[in-house]
Design a protein around this ligand. Structure first.
Ligand SMILES: Cc1cc2nc3c(=O)[nH]c(=O)nc-3n(C[C@H](O)[C@H](O)[C@H](O)COP(=O)(O)OP(=O)(O)OC[C@H]3O[C@@H](n4cnc5c(N)ncnc54)[C@H](O)[C@@H]3O)c2cc1C
Length: 319
């Protein structure tokens, strides 16, 4: 049996977990899911639809919101009881963090960001290193494979299965397991105090920005225009920007006066979040990028040259 940790935020599933369920199914064994926290109960239908027959839900008074060490301890309890062949999760920051705690408690290795898995002795994985610039073929020497699935390396495929049977359990937590926990959440405001929801101008960056540092130019342009920075999901999944800035189906849906999409290809999940913008300006090196269909204005070229040039031209125009 393959056990899949479902990444959810207070009951809202991260869709990458559906890909992890699909990856688990591809290993040819029965798939069960586990969600940490009582809000996980709400996920029985969706995990069933993607092939999990059982949804284990860890509940405990110390599990409030996101408590990664407690998750690791709960997973350890479940693993010792169910003895799965592998524990998988989406390669999200939370998925990786919770699996890392599990592996530490079990004192076994964890393979992060895997795009291919072959169970065996040892297990064999292909995994992304250095933000995907290197694909590593690795052997994992442990009976239990603990691995996260590289984001977007596999499409989620529904089986149309029935809702999973929910089995709740109370893990035996230690007092220190809730040392790391969420005390409060900020409102997602940018540095200038403007949220995506109320911004009239959004300068949004995608994978084409190339990394967290590249967003400095976008921030400068956004500030000059009295707006804020947005981004695509690749950017938040890569940890370049916070989730509060993600535009799209699983981010924020926006409709500003001006939406500048730089280095964003135009996946439907991104378009779903910004197509109602009044004016859309696209900056992309690829003249065939799908987002061009939605552009009022397009600049074909390298955003690293175009954005500073725009900033300087606007500065000059403003005197
Ligand atoms: C259930 C689900 C929900 C999702 N929700 C969201 C969501 O809310 N928001 C979201 O954005 N995505 C979402 N996605 C992901 C979505 O499918 C895409 O993977 C994502 O939007 C792609 O991001 P991107 O355009 O930044 O990257 P890519 O698709 O890799 O595009 C990068 C673009 O940058 C261009 N580029 C590269 N270098 C440069 C350069 N130097 N200058 C200019 N252009 C350059 C390339 O030509 C390319 O067009 C979701 C996916 C799923 C399955």
């Amino acid at each position: 049996m393959i056990l899949v940790l479902i990444d959810h935020d207070r009951g809202e599933i991260d869709p990458l977990s559906l890909r992890a369920l699909t990856a688990a199914r591809n290993l040819g064994q029965n798939v069960e899911a586990v969600a940490i926290g009582s809000e996980g109960n709400a996920l029985a239908a969706i995990v069933g639809e993607y092939g999990a027959t059982v949804l284990h839900v860890a509940t405990h008074s110390a599990i409030t919101d996101y408590t990664p060490m407690a998750s690791g301890r709960a997973l350890k309890d479940l693993v010792e009881k169910l003895k799965p062949a592998a524990v998988l999760a989406a390669g999200t920051p939370r998925g990786n963090e919770q699996l890392a705690h599990l592996s530490a408690f079990l004192d076994i290795p964890m393979a992060a960001e895997c795009s291919e898995i072959t169970l065996g002795s040892p297990h064999q994985v292909l995994r992304a290193r250095w933000a995907g610039n290197l694909i590593e073929s690795a052997l994992v020497h442990s009976d239990l494979l603990v691995a996260s699935i590289l984001s977007f390396s596999i499409e989620a495929q529904a089986t149309g299965g029935a809702p999973a049977n929910v089995v709740t359990f109370e893990p035996s937590l230690h007092p220190e397991d809730s040392i790391v926990r969420i005390l409060s959440r900020d409102s997602g405001e940018s540095k200038g105090g403007i949220t995506l929801n109320d911004a009239k101008v959004i300068v949004s960056g995608g994978r084409g920005v190339g990394g967290a540092d590249g967003f400095g130019n976008l921030e400068e342009l956004a500030t000059l225009l009295g707006g804020t920075v947005g981004c695509s999901r690749v950017v938040t999944s890569s940890g370049w920007r916070p989730h509060a800035e993600q535009v799209g189906q699983t981010g924020t849906k926006v409709a500003p006066d001006l939406y500048i999409a730089a280095g964003i290809s135009g996946a439907m999940q991104h378009i779903a979040g910004m197509k109602n913008s009044k004016t859309i300006v696209v900056i992309n090196t690829d003249p065939e990028a799908p987002i061009l269909r939605y552009a009022d204005y397009a600049i074909i070229g390298d955003l690293h040259q175009i954005i500073p040039a725009l900033t300087s031209a606007i500065r000059q125009a403003k005197g």
